[in-house]
Design a protein around this ligand. Structure first.
Ligand code: ADP
Ligand code: MG
Length: 551
C-alpha cells in the first residue's frame, strides 16, 4: 500500500518485546495503567503547549481518555485527545531508539517477574504485548493534517503507513489491542472497571468507558480531578497509593505521604511521596528528581529540580498558585518563587521525616535503609539543612545491631570523651574486624561504622554535632589514654618505656620514609600494629577512594 513500510525494532526493544510476549507475568493488569498513564501524559503535554498556542485545541478544549471495549471482537482501545505523535515520534518512541531504562529493565528481569518493574523503566508502552497478539497505534499530532498508523505483532518488526484523516482521531492517539485468547477478560466491563479503579482512578484527566461499539453506552470511570487539591481529610490511603503509582511509575506502596497546602507569601499544594522501593536510577550520576511541577492544575514539567539532589527519590506533585503559566526553560532555572517553594518543601519533608522517626521508628528506619545513603549527600552539599539531617541520620555502630542516632551516641559518651568516633570502610563486617577498633572497645567507646561511599565525603566537612567533633579512629587521638578502661576489661601490662622506645626506633629504621612516625599506642589490644593517619591528615578510607578515582 501507498507509503507503507516495515521497520525493524532496535535489538534491545526486540528482546524486551519477546519477553513481554513469552514470559508469564503475575500481574498483567499493569498494561492498562501504563497505556492510560501515557494517554494522560499526552493530554497534559498538550494542555501545557496550548497555553502558548490556544488554536491547537480547535473546538475540542476538554481533554479525555476513552476506553472502548468490544467483547465479541476481543479488542480494547485506549484513545486520548492529547498531543499525538508524528511519523518520526512513532518510529523513535515505539521501537527504534531503546530508552535508557530498557537495558536496565532487561537486566533486572533476568529470570524474574518484571511486572512490578515496568513503569519506572520507561518501557510501559511495550507492556501492551503482555495481553495483545497485535497492537495498532493511530496518531495525529495536535494541529497537524497528517496521521500515521503503526502496527506490530511484537515479532521483530513493525509497520508504518499514512492513514486518511477520516480513519484517524481528530487529534491525539488511539491504541488498539487485539487481545490474546488468555487476555480476553480485558474486553469486559467488570475487568476494566476493576483495573481502572485500582490503578488509574486519580489520573488528572477524565476517563470514560464505551462498551460494545458506538453509542451503546458511555460510563465515567474517573473524573480527572486533581487529588492533590483535595483536603487531606477527604482522601483515603488507597487513593493516595493509587495516585502514587501514577506519578512514580512504581508498583510499591509509598512509605511516607506528605500532603498539605502552603499559604502565606507563596501559595501551593503539595502531594509528595517517599517510596518504599529504591528507584532503579537512584545512583545515576545525573541525580535528577522527578517531582512534577503544576501551575494552577496545569502540568508544566518534571525537570524543574525543585528539590535538592539529596531528595531525588521523592515523587509527586507541587502545584503553584503564583507562578506564571508561560514558564520558559530559563525561567525555571532561576526563579525566586520556585526557589522559595523548594526551600519550604524541603524543610517540610525534613520535619515530617523527623516526626516519623520519633513516632514510628520502624517505618522511618525502613526509609533510612533505602535512602539514607542519598540523604547523607545533603550533609556536605546543603549546609543550611545539615543540622536537620544530623537529627534524622541513623548509623550502625559498635553498640548493638540496631540503628543509632547522633543523640543516642552523645548520650552514651564515656568519661573524658569529647569526640564522636567513626570508622570508615567498604562494609560493616570489614570495619568491625579492624584492629583500629580494639582500643575503643576496651574503653567501652562507641564507634560509628560508616560503610556508604558517601560517608568518606561528609565526615570531611562535618563540623561536629552538639559541640563534639567527628574523629576517625584511624587518626591520632590523644584523649584515648584519658578514657578509663571499661568494666571487665583488663589493664594491659605496661611495658617499660625504654623497651618500647628501642622497638619503635627499630621499626622506624626499617620503614624509613614510608611512615612519618612510629609510636606506642593504647588503641590496640590483641593486634600488634596498625596504620593510622596523622591528626591533621586525611582519613585512610578517603585516601583509598580518592586514589582509586585518580587511577
Ligand atoms: P514513558 O511513558 O515512561 O516515557 P512508555 O514506553 O510508556 O515510556 O512510552 C514511550 C513514549 O512514547 C512516551 O514517552 C511518549 O513520548 C510516547 N507515547 C506513548 N504513548 C503515547 C500517547 N498516547 N500519546 C503521545 N505519546 C505517547
Ligand atoms: Mg509510559
Amino acid at each position: 500500500d501507498q507509503g507503507g513500510e516495515t521497520l525493524r525494532f532496535e535489538a534491545e526493544v526486540a528482546k524486551l518485546l519477546s519477553l513481554m510476549v513469552h514470559s508469564v507475568y503475575s500481574n498483567r493488569d499493569v498494561f492498562l495503567r501504563e497505556l492510560i498513564s501515557n494517554a494522560a501524559d499526552a493530554c497534559e503535554k498538550l494542555r501545557m503547549k496550548s497555553l502558548q498556542q490556544p488554536d491547537l485545541l480547535g473546538d475540542d478544549p476538554d481533554f479525555k481518555i476513552v476506553l472502548s471495549a468490544d467483547k465479541d471482537g476481543g479488542t480494547l482501545s485506549i484513545a486520548d485527545n492529547g498531543i499525538g505523535m508524528d511519523r518520526t515520534e512513532l518510529v523513535e518512541n515505539l521501537g527504534t531508539i531503546a530508552r535508557s531504562g530498557t537495558k536496565a529493565f532487561l537486566d533486572g528481569m533476568t529470570g524474574g517477574d518484571g511486572s512490578a518493574l515496568i513503569g519506572q523503566f520507561g518501557v510501559g508502552f511495550y507492556s501492551a504485548f503482555m495481553v495483545a497478539s497485535s497492537v495498532e497505534v493511530v496518531s495525529r499530532p495536535a494541529g497537524s493534517d497528517e496521521a500515521w498508523r503503526w502496527w506490530s505483532d511484537g515479532a521483530g518488526t513493525f509497520q508504518l503507513e499514512p492513514v486518511p484523516l477520516e480513519e484517524a482521531p481528530a487529534r491525539g492517539t488511539r491504541v488498539l489491542l487485539t487481545l490474546t485468547d488468555e487476555a480476553k477478560t480485558y474486553a469486559e466491563q467488570a475487568t476494566i472497571e476493576r483495573v481502572v479503579a485500582e490503578y488509574s482512578a486519580h489520573v488528572p484527566v477524565p476517563i470514560v468507558l464505551r462498551i460494545g461499539g458506538d453509542g451503546v453506552g458511555e460510563k465515567s470511570l474517573a473524573d480527572g480531578s486533581a487529588l492533590w487539591r483535595k483536603a487531606k481529610s477527604a482522601v483515603e490511603t488507597s487513593e493516595y497509593n493509587e495516585f502514587y503509582g501514577h506519578v512514580s511509575g512504581q508498583y510499591d506502596e509509598p512509605a511516607v505521604t506528605i500532603h498539605y497546602k502552603a499559604e502565606g507569601r507563596h501559595e501551593y499544594s503539595v502531594l509528595l511521596f517517599v517510596p518504599s522501593m529504591k528507584p532503579f536510577d537512584l545512583f545515576d550520576p545525573e541525580r535528577r528528581g522527578r517531582v512534577k511541577l503544576y501551575v494552577r492544575r496545569v502540568y508544566i514539567t518534571d525537570e524543574a529540580d525543585i528539590l535538592p539532589g539529596w531528595l531525588r527519590f521523592v515523587r509527586g506533585v507541587i502545584d503553584s498558585e503564583d507562578l506564571p503559566l508561560n514558564l520558559s526553560r530559563e525561567m525555571l532555572q532561576k526563579n525566586p518563587i520556585l526557589d522559595a517553594i523548594g526551600k519550604g518543601v524541603t524543610n517540610r519533608i525534613l520535619s515530617d521525616l523527623d516526626k516519623l522517626a520519633e513516632k514510628e521508628a520502624e517505618t522511618f528506619e525502613k526509609v533510612w535503609e533505602a535512602f539514607g545513603a542519598v540523604i547523607k549527600e545533603g550533609l556536605y552539599e546543603d549546609a543550611e539543612r545539615r543540622d536537620g539531617i544530623y537529627k534524622i541520620a541513623r548509623f550502625r555502630s559498635t553498640k548493638g545491631d540496631g540503628w543509632r542516632s547522633l543523640a543516642d551516641y552523645v548520650a552514651d559518651l564515656r568519661p573524658n570523651q569529647t569526640a564522636i568516633y567513626y570508622a570508615l570502610g567498604d562494609d560493616l563486617d570489614a570495619i568491625k574486624a579492624s584492629p583500629q577498633l580494639e582500643g575503643f572497645a576496651r574503653r567501652g567507646i562507641e564507634v560509628l561504622l560508616l560503610a556508604d561511599p558517601v560517608d568518606a565525603f561528609w565526615v570531611r566537612t562535618a563540623l561536629g554535632f552538639d559541640g563534639k567533633p567527628f574523629q576517625s579512629v584511624t587518626q591520632g587521638s590523644a584523649e584515648l589514654d584519658t578514657i578509663p578502661v571499661a568494666e571487665g576489661e583488663a589493664e594491659t601490662d605496661a611495658a617499660s618505656e625504654s623497651a618500647i622506645g628501642t622497638l619503635a626506633a627499630l621499626f622506624q629504621q626499617a620503614l624509613g620514609e614510608r611512615v612519618s612516625a612510629v609510636r606506642a599506642s593504647s588503641r590496640l589490644t590483641t593486634s600488634p600494629v596498625c596504620l593510622v593517619a596523622g591528626a591533621g591528615g586525611p582519613d585512610r578510607q578517603l585516601e583509598k577512594i580518592l586514589s582509586a578515582q585518580n587511577q
